[in-house]
Design a protein around this ligand. Structure first.
Ligand SMILES: NC(=O)c1ccc[n+]([C@@H]2O[C@H](COP(=O)([O-])OP(=O)(O)OC[C@H]3O[C@@H](n4cnc5c(N)ncnc54)[C@H](O)[C@@H]3O)[C@@H](O)[C@H]2O)c1
Length: 696
């Protein structure tokens, strides 16, 4: 049973009961319909209250029914709302905590709505590339008017119930802390005999000049919607509430737009990302009941680019953190950067001024290991050099209290070797943050061969606490993200040799939707990082071919924005990338030096070579078990590398294109220069042959 039925004297109370948020799954819908019928049949019952158990009135559709036939099995949400609206006795929605999506639409179908303050009221479907498809776009404007409704439907953002007190949405707002069900039953008794039963559908939308308002809304929404069709479709559906005479006609229009959006690649990508985020927190052999260690204090070793940002994450989550450096000067510099970052956030209005000192008060600096010994977790962020890491981990092993988690932020080094420098490899884990570490959502959680399950579970819980998207990766050079990025960058450099210029490559991939092309990104991150890695590769894996262009660039000291020159020129104090004639000449000269006739390269070739290089390496990573699932790879790219959200991540995108087509393009590139880079991953070839995709 996923709704409870009780009779309080002459009022029946139906309590939706489907934890955690009373999602309107099939069983809940059926039980609610049965409840209404039962109450109608009971002569002693004069009115009906619908409310929700526990943490919500209802959070809307049950995400466990996504993509399942259950969502379309009777009684559907539409049918439930119809039963409620057509009930012969008044139905009162008693709302607390959360009424979102289908939950709010159900409430809109009721004859009356009463609520507690502080409840989150939202129609968030747009966030999944959809619109509210169960009458929300038709009923809400009849209660809240066009302006408020459009804001809510187009943004998907929640509004607190108390902000909506006094509107027609709520017939009564009870005092905070009131007994909701008791008060709702009292309200139901008061209205039990009122006839005809008020229906939202019978109201008119009030607006002085709907046509002009809708016209300007269309223009604004179109400008901000980017590649997503849903926001504009939301406007059209809400518009139907005024432009269509007949309510049923409006409902039909809403339904059609909803079904259309369901089929768009953009909505599919958003729904994929939504599910992928949830899946990423799950590791098959680490059940959810695995005990976690308490993290009440933290330490960071190294106050450089990464260390400072990592420390800020802990302070932001209210966890005291101590940063250790070897030199006072480096420590002071690191702490000053942190202060400056917080000051910038305050200046932008994103942090209350009084919070600044509070956050800074949680961050301490030290030069002494003794002062970090009692921390529950320590994250090492020193130079990317095995010798330096070894010295740090041997020291950590010596001083840290038993049970402390010893984490490394290494980008490329072998975590198992690092763990081997300690006598407690079960406590060692990789926590790979992305720059700027206080901003970027992604946290690759690197599971070493001997990392304890409780340590992994703790890291996953910690990632939520510090509001990161944690994705588990196995140990390999570059883990998931950087290992794939290397193949992407190799192609970007080969394209320069063959005929492209940095701005052409960047434009093409930015038009595809990437936040930043490879050359602008390298200039931001620092071209010297890749140079250093290639030098190591030249010794460790001399067979891997690279274009020499990036090395030539570094030999000129063009490390990127930090040196005012990289693939592009930068004017002092500016981030704007200006094409550099010096670099362009260097690229053209290099093609001549290696005897290559430069050719015209299409944007399509650029996008395919960059994206399919990611896909092929992603397939290898999946096959080797470095990533647990294709959607984890997508999460890495969506949250850490600016892959376009509306394309769902590289593996999802490949599925959308169709793996046989991806394979055919790769085979074509394999006939070109450096064709060896296009040897298909066996998994990719197999799935393509079987007519399957990475995501099933
Ligand atoms: N910069 C990035 O974009 C990025 C992204 C992810 C991961 N990483 C990784 O994070 C780590 C740090 O990188 P970074 O960019 O912050 O480097 P950085 O050079 O900016 O900072 C390193 C800091 O460590 C300090 N340090 C060096 N040896 C130390 C020791 N023995 N004890 C205490 N402090 C010491 C240095 O004084 C310096 O302040 C590296 O492993 C790197 O691969 C970097």
């Amino acid at each position: 049973m996923s709704a409870d039925y009780q009779v309080h004297g002459d009022v029946a109370v139906i309590t939706l009961n489907n934890p955690p948020v009373n999602g309107l799954g099939l069983a809940t819908r059926s039980a609610a319909v049965d409840g209404v019928h039962r109450a109608e049949a009971d002569h002693a019952v004069r009115a009906i209250v619908i409310t929700g158990a526990g943490k919500a009135f209802s959070g809307g559709a049950d995400i466990r029914e996504f993509n399942s036939p259950k969502a379309l099995t009777e009684p559907t949400l539409h049918s439930l709302i119809r039963v409620v609206e057509n009930a012969s006795k008044p139905v009162v929605a008693a709302i607390h905590s959360v009424a979102m999506g289908g939950g709010l639409e159900l409430a809109l179908g009721c004859h009356y709505r009463v609520a507690l303050p502080g409840a989150q009221i939202a129609l968030p479907e747009v966030k999944l590339g959809l619109l509210p498809g169960a009458g929300g776009t038709q009923r809400l404007p009849r209660l809240l008017g066009l302006d408020t409704t459009l804001d809510m439907v187009v943004s998907g953002a929640p509004v607190l119930s108390d902000k909506l007190a006094g509107t027609a949405l709520f017939d009564e707002m009870f005092a905070a802390g009131a007994d909701l069900v008791g008060a709702a039953v009292g309200f139901a008794r008061k209205v039990a005999d009122v006839r005809p039963l008020p229906k939202v559908r019978d109201r008119k939308v009030e607006h002085p000049d709907p046509a002009a308002f809708l016209q300007s809304s269309r223009a604004t929404v179109k400008a901000m919607a980017g590649p997503f069709p849903a926001p504009l479709a939301c406007v059209e559906a809400v518009a139907a509430s005024v432009t269509m005479e007949d309510f049923e006609e409006g409902l039909k229009f809403e339904r059609e737009r909803f079904l259309h959006l369901m089929q768009t690649p953009e909505s599919k990508a958003l729904r994929h990302a939504f599910m992928a985020e949830r899946a990423a927190g799950k590791v098959p052999d680490v059940p959810s009941e695995t005990p976690v260690r308490s993290i009440a204090s933290a330490a960071v070793v190294g106050a450089g680019t990464m260390g400072g940002g990592i420390a800020m994450n802990f302070a932001n989550a209210g966890i005291p953190v101590t940063i250790l450096e070897t030199q006072q000067e480096a420590l002071d510099k690191g702490l000053a950067t942190i202060r400056k970052n917080y000051e910038n956030t305050v200046r932008k209005g994103k942090l209350a001024p009084e919070k600044l000192e509070q956050r800074l008060g949680l961050i301490r600096g030290t030069l002494s290991y003794a002062e970090i010994a009692a921390a529950d977790i320590v994250i090492e962020a020193v130079f990317e050099d095995m010798g330096v890491k070894e010295a740090v981990f041997r020291e950590l092993d010596r001083v840290m209290k038993p049970g402390a988690i010893l984490a490394s932020n290494t980008s490329t080094l072998d975590l198992d070797r690092i763990a081997g420098f300690t006598g407690r490899p079960q406590d060692v884990i990789g926590l790979h943050f992305f720059s700027p570490a206080n901003v970027m959502k992604l946290l690759e959680i690197v599971r070493g061969r001997r990392t304890g399950k409780d340590v992994l579970a703790t890291a996953l819980a910690l990632s939520k606490k510090i509001r990161k998207t944690g994705v588990v990766a196995g140990v390999c050079d570059g883990f998931i993200g950087n290992r794939m990025l290397e193949q992407y960058l190799r192609q970007a450099y080969f394209l320069l040799d063959e005929g492209a210029l940095p701005q052409q490559v960047d434009h093409a991939i930015e038009r595809f939707g990437f936040a930043m092309g490879p050359f602008r990104m390298s200039d931001l991150a620092g071209n010297d990082i890749g140079w250093y890695i290639r030098k190591r590769r030249a010794i460790e894996s001399p067979a891997i071919a690279y274009s020499k262009t990036a090395d030539l660039l570094c030999e000129q000291g063009r490390f990127g924005q930090k040196t005012g020159a990289g693939w592009y020129d930068y004017q002092a104090g500016e981030r704007k990338a200006r094409p550099s004639p010096v670099v362009d000449d260097m690229i053209v000269q290099h093609s001549a030096d290696i005897g290559l006739a430069r050719r015209e390269i299409s944007d399509q070739e650029i996008v395919e070579r960059l994206v399919f290089a990611l896909v092929n390496e992603g397939a290898k990573i999946l096959e080797e078990g470095i990533a647990l699932r294709a959607s984890d790879i997508d999460m890495v790219y969506l949250t850490g590398y600016g892959f376009p959200l509306h394309r769902g991540g590289p593996m999802f995108y490949a599925d959308t294109v169709g793996l046989p087509k991806v394979l055919a393009a790769m085979e074509q590139y394999a006939r070109g220069r450096h064709g060896e880079a296009w040897k298909p991953a066996p998994l990719l070839a197999r799935l393509a042959a079987e007519g399957k995709g990475f995501n099933g």
